[in-house]
Design a protein. Structure first.
Length: 451
């Protein structure tokens, strides 16, 4: 008996030390096992207490009376699958007749307390089946991306969601996006992570950074074109519009609509073209859109109208030509002038970091997800990088991108500099760099974009 007690004390001490020194290891071993036991043991009583049960079917009641058996009790949703993850549990439930997915979502906070979990979220997979994701700790406090993520063409893992899943920036599903946030809210880190994810792909990057290029020009080796002032930005956008029109001519020439051509072979965008004819997709990153929309005299007003018109045309027509917009700014409201709200309406993806007022949050989510407005203004100042991500469907998530330093982003861009395509339309704006592979030489000849 003494040996068993000593072994038990040693095991408990080892578990406590593991939880203190290596909390991630403890969660992957003992934490997940304890969570599974809690859910399985408490499941019936918790569902009954949360009002997520239904009375037994009439035929069960009739059968119990006919066979003189006890009356069956209320029935909870049936567990189809319970899968442990590195952040908690994923439970798939089959709803009973009369139940709705909204019932599970409305009881998520009560389920969180009852199962002693940090967070509980749910989503409907299809009719009658709901997936409940439970997290055992605050996954956004210290973001650790999984070692393996689903990578596809133009799909970049950029952040971690509050439920422990990976948040992807999928350009083929959501072509254009808007990112808002106050100073020191984490927009730059989000942008660096996005560029670092796009760098290994076969895609052309175009940057417009009117803050004298302090954010994007260190990553210049992976960019096909860069602009650091509004005048150059207007020329770059005009070149992209010309490229878009040329690509539409290529698509038009390859359509060959005839009775004997299968539907799947009729080209409507660049992804329907044969791989040898498919143009390189382009992602346009605008670091501070307000610098493109502000003006002080008549000449600057004409330039501003030219820039906004080009952006609107790219937002409306650029998807089929493989041109995608990623626009960042601190505010993006109607005070920036005419055409701004038209441009914002074309930006399907919305991401809002910490904002200073409710009006800024309304610029991002007021027209698509009013519930996300309150969540955006509640982001604490010390949680840099925490953001609310939503789209035109009305759904939204809390996300946080892992910290990516400028040095890390520069190294990734330099490593994949050989993937930078040479586009004829953007050749005058290609940054001309010399020196070592890590950083441009201070005596390097300035690029045409900065001349």
């Amino acid at each position: 008996m003494t040996g068993f007690t000593v072994c038990l004390v040693l095991v408990v001490a080892a578990v406590g030390l593991l939880r203190w020194r290596r909390p991630a290891w403890w969660r992957l071993t003992f934490g997940v096992a304890l969570a599974v036991v809690r859910v399985l043991v408490r499941y019936g009583s918790v569902m009954d207490a949360c009002g997520l049960t239904v009375p037994p079917a009439r035929w069960r009641l009739a059968l119990a009376r006919a066979t003189n058996r006890p009356i069956p009790g209320p029935r909870a949703p049936r567990i189809l699958r319970l899968r442990p993850t590195r952040t908690g549990l994923v439970v798939r439930l089959k709803l009973r007749p009369g139940q709705d997915a909204f019932d599970i979502a409305a009881a998520s906070d009560r389920l969180r307390h009852s199962f002693s979990m940090y967070g509980v979220t749910s989503r409907e997979l299809h009719s009658g089946v709901v997936e409940v994701r439970m997290t055992g700790y605050d996954v956004l406090k210290r973001v650790q991306m999984p070692a393996e993520t689903e990578t596809r063409t133009m799909r970049v893992p950029v952040a971690l969601r509050q439920d422990g899943s990976v948040h992807y920036r999928d350009y083929r599903a959501i072509p254009h996006a808007l990112t808002l946030g106050a100073t020191e809210s984490g927009k730059s880190v989000y942008q660096r992570k996005l560029v670092a994810g796009l760098a290994p792909m076969d895609v052309a990057l175009v940057g417009i950074d009117c803050k004298q290029g302090v954010e994007l020009f260190p990553l210049a080796r992976r960019f096909s074109a860069l602009a650091d002032n509004p005048d150059t930005a207007a020329d770059v956008l005009d070149a992209l519009v010309a490229r878009m029109e040329r690509i539409y001519q290529v698509i038009r020439a390859q359509q060959r609509i005839a009775a004997d051509v299968p539907d799947a072979e009729i080209a409507a965008d660049i992804w329907d073209l044969p791989s040898d004819l498919r143009p390189t997709p382009v992602v346009v990153l605008v670091d501070e859109v307000a610098e493109l929309a502000l003006y002080a005299n008549k000449d600057e007003e004409k330039r501003r109208d030219r820039i906004i018109t080009a952006l609107v045309r790219l937002a409306q027509l650029g998807r089929a030509a493989g041109i995608y917009l990623e626009i960042c700014g601190q505010r993006f409201g109607s005070e920036l002038g005419k055409g701004i709200t038209m441009l914002r309406a074309q930006l399907t993806g919305r991401t809002a970091h910490r904002v200073n007022d409710e009006t800024s949050a309304n610029m991002a989510f007021g027209d698509i997800a009013p519930d996300a407005v309150l969540a955006a203004i509640q982001i604490p100042a010390e949680m840099r990088g925490l953001a609310i991500a939503g789209d035109s469907s009305g759904g939204w998530h809390r996300i946080r991108a892992p910290h990516t330093s400028l040095r890390q982003a520069v190294n990734i861009c330099n490593r994949h500099a050989d993937r930078t395509p040479d586009l004829p339309e953007l050749a005058p704006f290609r940054p001309a760099l010399s020196g070592s592979a890590d950083a441009p030489s201070p005596t390097a000849k300035p690029s045409p974009a900065t001349a």
